[in-house]
Write a protein that binds this ligand. Structure first.
Ligand code: CP
Ligand code: NVA
Length: 302
């Protein structure tokens, strides 16, 4: 079986994503019934974190623990990566000891360099460019609440960041319409790929994006690594806040998603994120189930 990595949603086909989501739902049901199969017995996941995390760390660590395996947390400060050991050498070494490597880092190129030299699967736990594990959980959440996302209308409002880029891939793979509204100076870096996909439109008016949407998604205005720009961004992004007024333009059954952590009063009002149409806690919880299915797919290919 050829080595598979998960650096981008595009590393899977639409059919593979659908199968993975079905398996995640099954694993979630089993867990609710008290069943935690030993999917990862005697397996080790090495996790490199060069940025902060709550959900990604706990969901990967929990997934491995519940499946009878082990996750090892490496921060850049406490590992030799922080002292300049090249990512390629780290990849070669970790491949001798772990069954898979998860990486959260800044430049997307770093996960690509690690994947190139790893002889075990490498998983992108977030880069400046993409956050595919989160979007797997988001797709799972939509499926649970509203069924197949194919043919639905999704609005992305806010920064053209790593989450927005990943939704662009998702629209193509899962066959839904994506309407993106960002400030003109903050388009998604994968705008070119969006151009190829007839289902993706890029614009700058949140009202146009949200009108009749089945799902409205936003994220922080300043991502990790952009802390210095937070004040400037707060001013530019103010018209992109997801408020109850904006949500009222969406379809009556529309859901709201945010990958978290969120800033109430900035990208989303408290009223919207704490409303029953908001499924943010399910999105967070579904990280566990989606990643169990992903780890199973990469570690135990059938
Ligand atoms: N959504 C998400 O990836 O959260 P963490 O930064 O807490 O991992
Ligand atoms: N866009 C955010 C997502 C956090 C999970 C960031 O990169 O900081």
């Amino acid at each position: 079986m050829a080595l598979r990595h998960f650096l981008s949603l595009d590393d899977l086909s639409g059919d593979e994503i659908r199968a993975l989501l079905a398996r995640a739902l099954e694993l979630k049901r089993w867990r609710s019934a008290g069943r935690r199969p030993p999917l990862f017995q005697h397996k080790t996941l090495a996790m490199i974190f060069e940025k902060s995390s709550t959900r990604t760390r706990v969901s990967f660590e929990g997934a491995m623990a519940e499946g009878g395996g082990k996750a090892i947390f490496l921060s850049s400060q406490e590992s030799q990566l922080g002292r300049g050991e090249p990512p390629e050498d780290t990849a070669r070494v970790l491949s001798q000891m772990a069954d898979a490597i998860m990486v959260r880092t800044f430049a997307h190129e770093t996960v690509e360099r690690i994947a190139k030299c790893a002889s075990v699967p490498v998983i992108n736990g977030l880069t400046d460019t993409l956050h595919p594990c989160q979007v797997l959980a988001d797709l799972l959440t939509y499926l649970e609440h509203r069924g197949d996302i194919a043919g639905k209308r999704v609005a992305w409002v806010g920064d053209g960041n790593n989450m927005c880029n990943t939704f662009i891939s998702a629209a193509r793979l899962m066959n839904f319409e994506l309407r993106v509204a960002t400030p003109a100076a903050y388009p998604p870096s994968m705008a070119a790929q969006a151009g190829d996909a007839a289902r993706v439109t890029l614009g700058h008016d949140p009202k146009v994006a949200v009108r009749d949407a089945d799902l409205v998604v936003t994220d922080v205005w300043a991502s990790m690594g952009q802390e210095q720009e937070a004040d400037t961004r707060r001013e530019v992004f103010r018209p992109f806040q997801v408020s109850a007024e904006l949500m009222s333009l969406a379809a009556p059954t529309a859901l709201f998603m945010h990958c978290l952590p969120a800033h109430r009063g900035e990208e989303v009002t408290a009223e919207v994120i704490d409303h029953p149409a908001s499924v943010v806690w399910d999105e967070a919880g579904n990280r566990l189930h989606a990643q169990k299915a992903l780890l199973e797919f990469l570690l135990n290919p059938r």
